[in-house]
Design a binder for this molecule. Structure first.
Ligand code: NDP
Ligand SMILES: O=C(O)C1=N[C@H](C(=O)O)C[C@H](O)C1
Length: 237
């Protein structure tokens, strides 16, 4: 498979290592110093683009791919207020857009566990809900995309909660996400239910970026001949 990497930072380099190991070819690496190279590519040059850049540049990069009908697998977080525009453009250009806030298989299992736990706990208001994410000091967005997905999962399953807040004391209808930036931590997410007498806690801790990168390459292999707006639920089910 011919892959273009958009964003050649920590994730771009890890994806390159795993993609080459699985027999794929990297035909271009687009980063901040050669952004124009993306507009010169056509769908004949590339099977799929994998986009891990930053919150400010993701939308433009994705739209360029969609307009060229290059299938794009995006992992960049912190830009999702523009996702509806991307979905409309995908339909208009009969193109392909795959998105996940987290490509790790373990985290996607954790998302399911989180929803099941929230369903159980919805009948036990004596427990307060607490969620926490810890990431390395270079992370640009807060809260993490994964933490937002976790909070949305709780809101779906726990009728008394209708919105999330970040790093502020929550009102009764709010899920608090507490964000922490520390050292080189690849990504740790915790959900706790705390009562006066005990607590229930689930945590996913990534030991490296390998799980994220492998999931993105598997998504690229799966999506290359598909059309429409897709995500991890489509891939894993
Ligand atoms: N969904 C998932 O599973 C995961 C998502 N992520 C997300 O992926 C994104 C990237 O993470 P990470 O690799 O750690 O970040 P890095 O900062 O290490 O890499 C991002 C790279 O993109 C470059 N860049 C900046 N502007 C552009 C542009 N216009 N076009 C192309 N590249 C550009 C940056 O250059 P410069 O540094 O010079 O600005 C940098 O080299 C983040 O949003 C992060 O939250 C991360 C891990 C897993
Ligand atoms: O920036 C990161 O590093 C990560 N970002 C994603 C997020 O915001 O959830 C996924 C992972 O936690 C690593």
């Amino acid at each position: 498979m011919k892959i273009v990497l958009i964003g050649y930072g920590k994730m771009g380099k890890e994806i390159e290592r795993l993609a080459i190991g699985r027999g794929h070819q990297i035909v271009a690496r687009i980063d901040v110093d050669n952004q124009a190279a993306l507009s010169q590519l056509s769908k004949q040059d590339v099977d799929v683009a994998i986009e891990f850049s930053n919150p400010a540049s993701a939308f433009g990069n994705i739209m360029t791919c969609i307009e060229k009908q290059i299938p794009v697998v995006c992992g960049t977080t912190g830009w999702l207020e523009q996702k509806a525009q991307v979905e409309a453009a995908t339909a208009k250009h009969q193109s392909t857009f795959f998105y996940a806030s987290n490509y790790s298989i373990g985290v996607n299992l954790f998302f399911k566990l989180n929803k099941t736990l929230a369903t159980l706990m919805a009948g036990h208001p004596e427990y307060d809900i607490y969620t926490n994410e810890i990431h390395h000091l270079e992370k640009k967005d807060s809260p993490s995309g994964t933490a937002i997905t976790i909070a949305e999962g709780i809101i779906d399953a726990y009728p008394a909660k209708t919105k999330w807040v970040n790093n502020e004391i929550p009102a009764a209808n709010e899920v608090a996400i507490w964000s922490q930036r520390e050292s080189i931590i690849p990504g740790t997410h915790t959900v706790k239910y705390i009562s006066k007498v005990d607590q229930i806690e689930i945590t996913h801790e990534a030991f490296s970026r390998e799980g994220f990168a492998l999931g993105a390459v598997i998504a690229a292999e799966w999506v290359k001949d598909k059309k429409g707006v897709l995500g991890m639920d489509d891939l894993l089910n």
